[in-house]
Ligand binder design. Structure first.
Ligand code: NAD
Ligand code: ZN
Length: 244
């Protein structure tokens, strides 16, 4: 698509660029989104698999589900979108990435300044005493991994439905959103709060808010500019604009 002159100028002049990413930016790495027709929540029940109550009711089921996703994520490679964002960061060196993804693909692509709003799927912690662990798995014969200190249940370090986001991650993100001059949101349905609120906050504070998404979202009608493309394509085009 032909990008507008206003969009290109905003991008070139931007001194405080923030990119907010969602599951769609990892779709081209083969990691399923949640809310698309083919997304995970069309096949699985979120409250059973991604809530405290679900975990306490059936921790083995929840562990099997996370292990299934960890396997996919460990084998996934950053796509052209992640890699272009890493290159963008070399041009706009204070570029901040705020992600709702738990897959660490921005970091795998070499990006810095990544704020994880929903935790990550790679590390774990004790449900009871919060002790941090790395790479725990279900034990042979499907026994649950237990905490070495308190014998509590180990859980994934992700934010589940009904849980608070990490306080520093959300307050840092809000500050970056307020200070941004261009706020780019990519691959998110803008349905999950408080993450979705960041785009409105950025707009309220005068930022130019751009949506990258092949499909319409809840935020579309509030966007200052919309790129209806897949994120790999859009970010590579943006990189080319900034390189010229
Ligand atoms: P979502 O599933 O609600 O929405 C995905 C959005 O991505 C949709 O609007 C869709 O149109 C768009 N999309 C699909 N393919 C795209 C592409 N190639 N390029 C650009 N956009 C594309 O995802 P969400 O808004 O991130 O919310 C889901 C929640 O689930 C998040 O909180 C996240 O923590 C979690 N999640 C994470 C992962 C991951 O880590 N990769 C995957 C699934 C879900
Ligand atoms: Zn413990």
């Amino acid at each position: 698509m032909e990008y507008s002159e206003n969009f290109v100028n905003r991008l070139l002049q931007s001194k405080r660029l923030v990119i907010l990413t969602g599951a769609g930016t990892s779709a081209e790495s083969g990691i399923a989104t949640f809310r698309d027709p083919e997304g995970l929540w069309s096949k699985f029940d979120p409250l059973e698999l991604a809530s405290i109550d679900g975990f306490l009711a059936n921790p083995k089921l929840v562990w099997e589900w996370y292990q299934y996703r960890v396997n996919i994520i460990n084998n996934a490679k950053p796509n052209g979108g992640h890699l272009a964002i890493t290159e963008l960061q070399k041009i706009k060196d204070n570029l901040v990435i705020v992600t709702q993804n738990v897959d660490r693909l921005h970091q795998k692509a070499g990006s810095k300044n990544v704020i994880e709003l929903h935790g990550d799927i790679i590390t774990n912690r004790c449900f009871d005493c919060e002790k941090q662990y790395l790479g725990k798995t279900l034990l042979p014969n499907n026994e649950l991994p237990k905490c070495n200190f308190c014998n509590g249940k180990i859980r994934p370090n992700v934010v589940w439905f009904g849980e608070q986001l990490p306080q520093k991650a959300i307050s840092d993100s809000e500050n970056h959103a307020k200070k941004s001059d261009v706020f780019l949101i990519a691959g998110t349905s803008s349905e999950v709060y408080p993450a979705a609120g960041l785009s409105y906050l950025a707009k309220q504070y005068g930022s130019f808010v751009i949506e990258i998404n092949p499909n319409e979202t809840n935020f579309s009608s509030s966007a200052d500019y919309i790129i209806r493309e897949k994120s790999s394509h859009a970010f590579q085009n943006i990189l080319n604009i900034l390189k010229d």
